[in-house]
Design a binder for this molecule. Structure first.
Ligand code: SAM
Length: 333
């Protein structure tokens, strides 16, 4: 079978394999090939340019023949068309508009032995707390689970607090920038995936984790215990208000509230010590990925009598047709 593929040095293969998997770009029906010092990762389709930007490290986009992955029961064997789905802990999430949800759910449970429940989302991510509503399609009737990510564990109730496994690679990118002795303010911490991962890096990192959703903070506090991290201060409150108490303390400010983060930019700048980095997430159209958002950040810095230097701009993932989840990183001078 001929496939487009990513050619990468073996030692750089695993992070790229994970990224492709998260983006649903890795073709599991074909066997990953290796030749000399290279790995060839088969793709489900040609990536769009913005997706290529998400893949870090050196690689080449090429195509070649692959052997079929044999022996494993695959969803393709059971379904005419395999819809997109996500796995969080032992719960699989499908969209409610998949053609035959019950058949799909049954197939997922047959192939993915660790899945105990299949939920269909019956609402988009909505409201101030960014939650969704679900119906149980198969398995146990539940919306809570424990999800593992990069060695951390998170207890989550998907109807009561936001969580997505699709940001795992992004979170690890941020982690790489945090140094011992630094203070991080996670303004929209949810159940804690950024905060806890960062706190686990070193006891010498102070993490201030804020969220307005009382349920999210309940899970955050539980997850702080579950992962034995004593250096996370979990705060229930409005990030704009709580920022007042921590003016000038932050070396990093994480603003993971795409769509609305611009309403919190004054507070974010206020949090920043000199040379602190703001990690600002947004959802933007492909013809204006960074420019307008960057202007909003610059204006907020200007209002506080400060200026910014761009550290990085990147596409995190595609969000909807022609819409991307982006991250803009600026140093606040
Ligand atoms: N960072 C977490 C993650 O990656 O899973 C959660 C991100 S979620 C997109 C945004 C979070 O912001 C939600 O948990 C929501 O409750 C919280 N939130 C919304 N408005 C807020 C506010 N004014 N102050 C603090 N948190 C807020």
């Amino acid at each position: 079978m001929r496939r487009s593929c990513i050619k990468v040095l073996k030692k750089g293969g695993e992070p790229i394999r994970r990224i492709l998997l998260e983006m649903d770009l890795l073709d599991n029906s074909a066997r990953i090939a290796s030749k000399e010092e290279f790995l060839y990762l088969p793709l489900t389709r040609d990536p769009v340019e913005a997706e290529l930007k998400v893949i870090t490290g050196e690689f080449e986009l090429t195509e070649q023949e692959f052997e079929e992955q044999k022996g494993q029961l695959k969803l393709e064997d059971l379904l005419d068309e395999v819809p997109h789905f996500e796995i969080i802990g032992d719960i699989a999430l499908i969209e409610d508009d998949v053609p035959e949800p019950e058949k799909t759910a049954e197939a997922i449970m047959k192939v993915k032995k660790n899945v105990k429940t299949v939920l269909a989302a019956i609402s988009p991510v909505e409201g101030e707390f960014r939650t969704r509503r679900f119906r149980t399609v198969a398995g146990e009737n539940k919306t809570s689970t424990v999800h593992r990510e990069y060695g951390s564990r998170y207890l989550i109730d998907l109807e009561r607090a936001y969580f997505t496994p699709r940001l795992a690679t992004e979170r690890s990118r941020i982690l790489g920038q945090i140094r011992e002795g630094q203070t991080v303010v996670d303004m929209f911490a949810g159940v804690g995936p950024y905060s806890i991962m960062i706190a686990r890096k070193s006891q010498d990192i102070r993490v201030i984790a804020i969220d307005k959703n009382p349920d999210a903070v309940e899970f955050l506090r539980h997850n702080v215990e579950l992962n034995s991290v004593a250096n996370v201060e979990a705060i229930e409150g409005d990030a704009n208000v709580e920022a007042e108490r921590f003016a000038g303390v932050a070396d990093h400010v994480i603003m993971n509230l795409p769509h609305n983060a611009n309403e919190f930019l004054d507070a974010a700048v206020k949090l920043c010590a000199r040379n602190a980095v703001i990690h600002y997430y947004d959802i933007t159209p492909e013809d204006d990925l960074f420019e307008s958002s960057l202007k909003l950040i610059e204006k907020a810095a200007d209002r506080a009598g400060r200026s910014v230097e761009v550290v990085d701009t990147r596409v995190v993932r595609s969000y909807a047709p022609h819409q991307f989840n982006v991250c803009i990183e600026v140093r606040v001078l």
